[in-house]
Design a protein around this ligand. Sequence first.
Ligand SMILES: C[S@@+](CC[C@H](N)C(=O)[O-])C[C@H]1O[C@@H](n2cnc3c(N)ncnc32)[C@H](O)[C@@H]1O
Length: 201
Amino acid sequence: MKIKPRYGHFNWMAPFYDRMLGRMHHTALIEHLQMTPGQWILDIGGGTGRVAQHLAAMPVHVIVADASPNMLDGSRRKGLSAVRSLAEQLPFASDSIDRITVVDAFHHFADQPLAAAEMVRVLRPGGRLIIEEPDLRRRMVKGIALAEKLVLMQSHFYSPPDLARLFEAQGAHHLKTITDRISALVVLSKVVPTHPPSELL
Ligand SMILES: C[S@@+](CC[C@H](N)C(=O)[O-])C[C@H]1O[C@@H](n2cnc3c(N)ncnc32)[C@H](O)[C@@H]1O
């Protein structure tokens, strides 16, 4: 299937991106990921590695996946493993990844149901997935959504309950949503099958 990705803005923003956003802490994200040593962590739409660099401070294997080559250059400069790929077509085997993060990127994906299906596919059963997005229920975020429309970014924001429903429809289980002043972290896990696949019976 042909996906029309929307990362053009990020290609030219890449050299300034980290400076524009400034330094942030990702305490809640790291706490709720519950990473253990040796795990494989995939940061999808991970861009310059702004968030992934904090995950890589743990004894885990971190991969940044992003559509924008210029954003990925930023990740490589931080010494991170970077793979150019669309969220809608992830080049990873099914059930192979222990943890997935998507920070401030899901609203940019061109085909969000397909991206959600891909994330659940590559996540191992019982693995965790955290989507951090601006919380559309906040007035300020409604303003951000409008501004992104005006600069033709074609973003599409889901509210946290709609995000949870979208992923549940793909075989994830909604564990909790943590909110702060602007963002919501939707914490999910991939459902563990209780019966062997029918082809094994
Ligand atoms: C706002 S940036 C967030 C980057 C990073 N997660 C952070 O918080 O610093 C959004 C990222 O999503 C990427 N992106 C947009 N559409 C994508 C797609 N379909 N597949 C993969 N990455 C995509 C962009 O290239 C960009 O790097």
